[in-house]
Design a protein around this ligand. Structure first.
Ligand code: ARG
Length: 512
């Protein structure tokens, strides 16, 4: 029964997905002209079109891309960023009729805006999913280069003439995709690669005020896909002033990342950790959040008898780096790879067969708190298990890098994170002289200091890695060593600087 049930669901789901961009109703005859130079659309024939209303006033258009998500123009939200002020009307044709039987009304739950001025695209998450049917349906994003001079359709409830009033019934008009070079001449170089122009050189067909954020839908031969969003223009329908549209494809990555992060409840780019002291004197770490499952595929849990005692980082199919003070025992302890939640089975568990420490003099605290662990069999690499780079010896860590630490264990995190699930936080670095000032002579040039929140006593995990990126590739710069015992806000966290041991690490890898 379960099988039949899920099979039925798969059929229903593929049925719905397959319908993205497919119109249920197409007009039987041409009608009077409207939008700018367009006509009233056949009712419900653009089922991905929505009206975005601010305090029940139609303000912008938008397009449905999934049951919970609508895309529109970022400039619609600039002065009204609060999602709950926005209502999404789907399945509408006549905005003057508040009770159309096909309509579905949803409140906004979150607005996501791109940061840059040049990308006029926003995502609005709905409070409750839309139900797809003939009148309400999503559209997929156009992902190949847009053919020049292709004809596409824009739709909206905006003005039908410059400075004219908005209209009640949905309008449509066909526009031609224009070469950006021509358009840049009209608009004196203001057309960025994230925009394109459509309309006619001689004017007469265009979007206008109130159409913003609405879809420019192009027919692929079998269905419509979303190529543009109404963004801006000078006047409406003027000659040599075509409409300018957001090139949605350019933002597809941002859109899927944003929706993915929001829907999974984890975040891929953690904020910077801080410490806060409550009125009753309780110290907590802010901005520690759950990692996305397997997003840091080099993160290793070191375990003995099924118990996690330290973290490490995979740097090679056969090698893991951790802190010496973790006291890993060869032939007893295991490296657990591809792990997110301790309550579930990991991707791989491998016995550690050799443990090496860099040569050093005795003393406390240990000068080089680093250990290289050799795995008895090579890790099988994949998307969930993959090594992190080791920085070169001359690679110095400065403000141009952004660093993250991740680990398990009970933290002093403010909103509480599940100690069984991998969590992380961004860490700002503390320069050597400030660090020396706070810690005294312990600090040497083989140490890296960060914001105090990075200490084991704050973040909850020993041996936790510090990995940093500046052009998208992460390098393992540090391994957490000793730090303050009680998550002291005055004491920077201290990491062993991995790059200082790079040649020793390489030598060991070649030798064994
Ligand atoms: N920014 C306008 C709005 O908020 C849309 C302008 C489109 N203008 C044009 N000529 N295509 O509704």
């Amino acid at each position: 029964v379960v099988l039949i049930q899920s099979y039925k669901w798969i059929l229903i789901l593929t049925g719905l997905l397959y319908l993205a961009g497919v119109r249920s109703f197409v007009p039987e005859q041409e009608m009077e002209t409207r939008i700018i130079g367009g006509q009233e659309a056949w009712a419900h024939s653009w089922p991905w079109q929505v009206s975005l209303q601010l305090d029940s006033m139609p303000a912008c258009g938008g397009a449905i891309i999934s049951p919970l998500w609508v895309t529109s123009a970022a400039h619609c939200f600039i002065r009204h960023t609060k999602a709950s002020l926005w209502t999404v009307l789907a399945g509408k044709h006549d905005l003057d009729n508040p009770e159309e039987p096909q309509q579905q009304v949803r409140l906004g739950s979150t607005v996501y805006n791109t940061q840059s001025k040049e990308s006029d695209v926003a995502l609005l998450k709905l409070e409750k999913p839309l139900e797809f049917n003939h009148f309400v349906r999503p559209i997929d994003i156009w992902m190949t280069p847009l053919p020049l001079l292709m004809k596409c359709t824009i739709t909206g409830w905006g003005s039908t003439r410059e400075n004219g009033p908005r209209v009640n019934r949905l309008q449509e008009v066909n526009v031609t995709i224009l070469p950006s070079d021509d358009c840049n001449q009209y608009y004196l170089g203001r057309i960025r690669p994230s925009m394109f122009c459509a309309g006619k050189d001689e004017g007469g067909v265009d979007a206008c005020q109130g159409d913003s954020g609405g879809p420019l839908s192009c027919f692929t031969g079998t269905r419509y896909e979303l190529a543009g969003l109404v963004s801006w223009g000078v006047g409406c329908g003027r000659a040599k002033r075509p409409g300018v549209y957001t090139r949605v494809q350019e933002h597809a990555q941002w859109m899927s990342d944003t929706m993915g992060e929001s829907d999974s409840g984890c975040d891929q780019t953690p904020g910077l950790a801080g410490l806060s002291l409550s009125a009753d004197g309780v110290l907590s770490v802010v901005n520690v959040t759950e990692s996305c499952p397997f997003f840091w595929p080099w993160q290793v849990s070191l375990q003995f008898n099924g118990r996690h005692y330290c973290s490490g980082a995979l740097i090679h199919p056969h090698w893991v780096i951790t802190a010496k003070h973790c006291g890993v025992r060869a032939k007893e302890d295991v490296a657990v790879l591809g792990l997110h939640d301790m309550k579930f089975l990991p991707v791989q568990t491998i016995l550690i067969d050799k443990v090496f420490n860099p040569p050093q003099k005795a003393g406390f605290p240990p000068k080089s708190d680093l250990a290289l662990l050799h795995l008895s069999v090579a890790a099988r690499l994949g998307s969930e298990v993959s090594p992190v780079c080791v920085p070169e010896e001359d690679n110095s860590l400065d403000d141009t890098w952004s660093c993250i630490t991740a680990g398990w264990g009970a933290t002093k995190a403010k909103d509480g994170v599940d100690p069984d699930r991998l969590h992380h936080a961004g860490l700002t670095l503390v320069n050597e002289s400030t660090c020396r000032h706070k810690w005294g002579g312990f600090i040497t040039d083989t140490h890296i200091c960060s914001h105090p929140a990075g200490s084991t006593s704050c973040m909850g995990d020993s041996g936790a890695p510090l990995f940093c990126q500046k052009h998208g590739t992460y390098f393992l710069f540090g391994v957490v060593t000793w730090g303050s015992w009680h998550c002291d806000s005055e004491k920077p966290a201290i990491f062993t600087s991995v790059s200082d041991y790079q040649s020793w690490i390489n030598k060991m890898i070649i030798k064994f």
